[in-house]
Design a protein around this ligand. Structure first.
Ligand code: MOS
Length: 763
């Protein structure tokens, strides 16, 4: 397929493609799509294998790429022997720093509008910055030939002293300039003094390991150059900014790079701009042929960053009536000097509890390692593990039910910003969840419940994730004379149901049937869309589509003119309904879009707008919250932990699609289960080498690890959020590890403060 012949992905609702039993009834199809359990518009394409992912795009003359990784953490390449590889069967090219095109260093997150994981130049010199950095790329006619030849490249190094031991590096930990724009230290009153004076206290250290992204779809890019322009079929959760960043790296005008990413097989923060897309494009330029670089699982571990390790102190001091006198959350994360991603583990403590004094402090320890990055609920996932474990410890010490203790600490306003909450119903989420889970059956004395050789326990914890909406999201809405609506924005479908929910929204807003809405996305040539990050894509896209749809409707009303049954009506009196415009109350006054456009002799009308400024998040404290309930069994003989039941009770505003939302919540909880019990990147502190770069040795939860996961929600619309909906993508992982750890304590009386809770820690 040539560059000009690329088909853009457009998804539309096809009633017949629905899973039997999930078809919304006819009334729902005609009106009020938002809030209905519409099945994913992309579902049928995926199960039929018709959804083309980045590594599946067929281009004639394609070369396949394999990467050679450095085996030292810091130093320089002393010798690089590529002859044998170049002579190997099928090899077209070996690219190293000696022949790579000259490129600008990418901008990392937080620098300009950069979105790269690291700001290091890619293959521009002989320097090595982490163990696993790419030192050569082999292009060959087949993947097997490339992989074989990559093994024939021999490299020697002049090694330099590297800092690869987090425990040692902590001695030189320092405050980062800021933590996502917030100060690294936040103090209210004298928390240490209040802690010393408290009648009940907990002061403990919690640790969490490095974790790696393991999306089912490996990171991949299929790239092609034509007429000085670069096309990248990518797996990314930030299409528009990846295109912009790549253009800068290659010294091209904005718009000279087109990124297409219609389907993404999992992102979770890891599908951003890393060195592999740059290497693929550089090698393709050098070879003069299109290139596919699909990273092996091992290469993903070596080139794509993951979650950083943390050491966190949480100290809580309460008085006799249970009031929270002191809250201290302080600690250190690993980072590098070439990225800017200090995992914000203190953020939950800023917003959750009415503490009379507070000290929140973040430090970073610089390591010579692959840059760490966002991973589903960065900060909140590991931060809630420490904070919510400590609260359970204090509740136990005080002999108070942990839900009751949290209820007493529920703040009237945001405890640190002092802004009013836009909408907060965490107490209700707890009450609803406790009733459904059967919390009253919990024995507050640990170690007393048994089922054969299994010790049983229940635990609870709060989950939280901020509401984010980023400015500058654009959308285009087009209405054709046949009544078809096309919504276009460079958004992302990573499996969360983007197209589905946005089509539901557009159908309601324009008063048309769901099958009359097409959603066009996944292409940087479209109006710049929201990134799929910070659980913000839905809100950002809804706001942009709202602006574009309103502008479109104003145009249509103008076109209707005085000959229409709508003649003389003001915009405020007109609503979109029944496939056209009508008077809000006088149902007889209505004209279909088709009729209006035909009379005006127009084939179509379209409008492109930018979403409103997200002022709501400056005026209000906006957070999704949840009450997480776990029941575990701990084997008294082997120490094995099994989660038997899990319930997430969420307060995330209005739920736009209960089917896709339930999947988002469950997916998050499953990642939380992995965080709690099994996942850990084993980083050799001597060499900085990841020792378990495979799914055989890095243990993500598998089916047998995952119990029945129940989810429920308050469904109370947030008056400040577009459509009343706050984010739901990341909150599921937050609170989960603490709920499980607290259940393990309830089962055994053993407090594990070091994740993951593997069986050796319970024996
Ligand atoms: Mo999420 S870690 O913002 O993809």
């Amino acid at each position: 397929m040539s560059v000009t012949g690329i088909m853009r992905t457009v998804l539309r609702y096809v009633p017949d493609a629905l899973v039997p039993g999930t078809r919304p009834d006819d009334e729902r199809v005609r009106h009020g799509h938002v809030g209905k359990p519409v099945s994913r518009l992309d579902g049928a394409l995926k199960v039929r294998g018709q959804a083309k992912f980045a590594a599946e795009v067929a281009i004639e003359g394609l070369l396949h790429a394999a990467v050679v990784h450095s085996t030292i953490a810091r130093g320089r390449i002393a010798s690089l022997e590529t002859k044998a590889a170049e002579l190997a069967p099928g090899v077209a090219l070996v690219m190293t720093h000696r022949n790579a095109p000259r490129l600008k260093a990418p901008e990392a997150f937080g620098e300009g509008d950069g979105v790269a994981g690291s700001n290091l130049p890619v293959m521009q010199d002989d320097r090595i910055h982490w163990n696993g950095e790419a030192v050569a790329v082999v292009l060959a006619e087949t993947q097997e030939q490339a992989d074989h030849a990559a093994g024939l490249v021999s490299v020697t190094y002049e090694e330099e002293g590297a800092v690869t031991n987090f425990a040692v590096a902590q001695a030189d930990a320092h405050h980062p300039d800021s933590v996502l724009g917030e100060p690294a230290v936040l103090a209210i009153g004298d928390a240490e003094k209040a802690l010393a004076a408290a009648s009940h206290r907990v002061d403990a250290t919690y640790t969490t390991p490095p974790l790696n992204h393991n999306a089912i779809e490996l990171h991949a890019a299929t790239v092609e150059w034509a007429d000085g322009k670069l096309t990248v079929h990518d797996a990314t959760q930030m299409i528009s900014s990846t295109a912009g960043s790549l253009a800068k790296v290659f010294g091209l005008k904005p718009g000279a790079v087109r990124v297409l990413s219609p389907f993404v097989g999992g992102g979770f923060g890891g599908k951003g701009l890393w060195s592999h897309q740059i290497l693929a494009a550089a090698a393709s330029k050098l070879a003069g042929r299109p290139v596919r670089m699909m990273l092996s699982r091992q290469s993903v571990y070596r080139l794509v960053g993951g979650r950083t390790p943390t050491v966190q102190r949480v100290a809580l001091g309460a008085n006799r009536d249970g009031g929270l006198d002191a809250l201290i959350h302080a600690g250190t994360v690993a980072m590098t000097t070439h990225n800017n991603c200090p995992e914000q583990f203190t953020f939950p403590a800023r917003h959750l509890y009415a503490a009379r004094s507070m000290r929140l402090e973040q430090k970073v320890a610089d390591l010579d390692m692959l840059a760490n990055t966002w991973m589903r609920a960065p900060g909140e996932s590991v931060g809630t593990f420490a904070l919510e474990s400590a609260i359970d410890e204090l509740a136990h010490e005080m002999g108070i039910d942990p839900i009751e203790l949290r209820r007493r600490w529920e703040p009237e306003r945001d405890p640190t910003s002092h802004s009013p909450h836009s909408s907060r119903h965490l107490v209700k989420a707890y009450a609803d969840g406790a009733a459904r889970f059967g919390w009253d059956r919990r024995d507050s004395v640990p170690g007393r419940q048994r089922d054969g050789e299994w010790l049983l326990g229940m635990g609870v914890a709060t989950g939280t994730y901020p509401y984010y909406r980023f400015p500058g999201v654009k959308a285009r809405v087009r209405l054709d004379a046949d009544g078809q609506v096309t919504v276009s924005t460079a958004g992302h479908e990573m499996g969360m149901g983007t197209a589905t929910v946005q089509a539901q929204h557009a159908a309601d807003r324009l008063g048309v049937a769901l099958e009359n809405v097409a959603f066009e996305y996944g292409d940087s040539d479209l109006p710049a869309g929201a990134m799929a990050g910070g659980s913000s894509q839905t809100a950002g896209t809804v706001a942009a589509v709202t602006a574009a749809a309103d502008a479109l409707l104003a145009q249509v009303l103008k076109l209707a003119g005085n000959d229409s049954p709508l003649g003389g009506l003001r915009t405020s009196e007109v609503v979109a309904r029944d496939g056209g415009l009508g008077h809000a109350r006088d149902l007889a006054r209505h004209e279909s879009y088709g009729s209006i456009l035909r009379r005006a002799k127009r084939d179509f009308v379209e409008a492109e707008e930018t979403g409103s400024m997200p002022l709501e998040q400056m005026k209000y404290s906006m957070h999704s919250t949840s009450a997480m309930f776990a029941e575990v069994g701990v084997n008294a003989v082997t120490g094995e932990v099994r989660v038997r039941r899990f319930l997430g009770s969420f307060d995330c505003g209005r739920i736009l699609n209960p089917k896709t939302a339930a999947s988002q919540f469950r997916g998050g909880i499953i990642m939380g289960l992995g965080l709690a019990l099994s996942e850990a990147t084993l980083f050799d502190p001597r060499s900085g080498r990841v020792m378990n770069p495979s799914l055989a040795e890095y243990h993500v939860p598998v089916h047998l690890d995952v119990p029945e996961i129940d989810v429920m929600w308050t469904d109370i619309p947030d008056p400040q959020a577009p459509l009343g909906a706050r984010g739901i993508g990341e909150i599921g992982i937050t609170g989960t590890a603490a709920a499980i750890a607290n259940a393990v304590f309830n089962a055994t009386g053993r407090r594990v403060r070091d994740l993951p809770i593997t069986l050796d820690k319970l024996l």
